[in-house]
Design a protein around this ligand. Structure first.
Ligand code: NAD
Length: 296
């Protein structure tokens, strides 16, 4: 039986670890939150007392942590000193390209195979096992990475070498952050113009305004039952996380000399919404900013 360690069982990691267990793998799970750990155990995982304990004797280590510093620290202090040398190390968190490349270099130097494999598809995709993975790894390792990821995925695409998965992810999320703002502005305007938001959804979802932010993650409650807008924007993808990704995109753009003015505007608007109290609401709650309902 394949043994995997899963570290970071939050909004995303919880569902992803459950899908590893469903695929009849032995999953050694760890999270700093005891509530998250209890949920993973209820979903068929085994609880470990620490990340260092979780990685012992496993075939693969999966991490789904908030940001670069968490990943760097846990790799240096717990994973690299304790995982067996043959283990395949896969980080699915969204982090900066430099951290991904640094962790890849440390892993390779310590004799491990490593992949950065951030995801798209949200909490619903994590629970359903339908995430899209963008992978940065050596070409020779890709088939093994894909085999470990497969129970959590609808698509696994190799973006390139180490760090390329994260580059693809921050570009993708810059599109997502800006498109959600465009959809929210349009709903707020439709409301002001006396157009029923549900009618606007019906029309735009069949017209050229159609996009993922509208039809898979609608910020207006009702039309898309799985969207966080139907549960007071709890869970999902926190505004603070979106802000983190947009900052990563801006930092990368500045270093690369790329012009990303819409990405910069989006970063400013999520920063404002964060300051007004929206940081731990799903990012689609930024609708309330345009409706004039912030602070929340
Ligand atoms: P989350 O805050 O819900 O989960 C992170 C988990 O990591 C928490 O449960 C926390 O307790 C745990 N954690 C932090 N430090 C730890 C440590 N040292 N050891 C063990 N556990 C630790 O966040 P999330 O929404 O699940 O996002 C996780 C990552 O996935 C982020 O990088 C995010 O950008 C990315 N992501 C999120 C979504 C989404 O829709 N939520 C979508 C795609 C990618």
């Amino acid at each position: 039986m394949t043994r995997v360690a899963f570290i970071g069982l939050g909004n995303m990691g919880g569902g992803m670890a459950a899908n590893q267990a469903k695929a009849e793998r032995e999953v050694l799970a760890f999270d700093l939150s005891s509530t998250a750990l209890e949920k993973a155990v209820a979903a068929g995982c085994r609880s470990a007392g620490s990340a260092a304990e979780a990685v012992q004797g496993v075939d693969a280590v999966l991490t789904m942590l908030p940001a670069g510093p968490h990943v760097r620290k846990i790799y240096a202090e717990e994973i690299l000193p304790n995982a067996p040398k043959g283990a395949l190390l896969i980080d699915c968190s969204t982090i900066d390209v430099d951290s991904a490349r640094a962790v890849a270099a440390q892993s390779t130097a310590a004799g491990f195979r490593f992949a950065d494999a951030p995801v798209s598809g949200g909490q619903a995709g994590a629970e359903a096992g339908t995430l899209a993975f963008m992978v940065g790894c050596d070409e020779a390792d890709f088939a093994d990475v894909e085999a470990i990821i497969q129970p959590m995925a609808r698509a696994v695409i190799r973006a390139g070498d180490h760090g390329a998965g994260q580059a693809a992810k921050i570009c993708n999320n810059m599109v997502l952050g800006a498109s959600m703002i465009a959809v929210c502005e349009a709903f707020a305007l439709a409301e002001r113009l006396g157009l029923e938001p549900e009618r606007f959804f019906e029309i735009a979802s069949k017209s050229s305004g159609q996009c993922w932010s509208l039809t898979s993650y609608c910020p207006w409650p009702g039309p898309v039952p799985t969207a966080p807008s139907n549960r007071d924007y709890e869970g999902g993808f926190a505004t603070a996380m979106m802000l983190k990704d947009l900052k990563l995109a801006q930092e990368a753009a500045a270093k690369a000399g790329a012009a990303t003015p819409l990405g910069a505007q989006a970063e400013g608007l999520y920063a404002l919404f964060d300051r007004l109290g929206g940081g731990w609401k799903d990012f689609s709650a930024i609708l309330e900013l345009f409706r004039g309902n912030a602070p929340l």
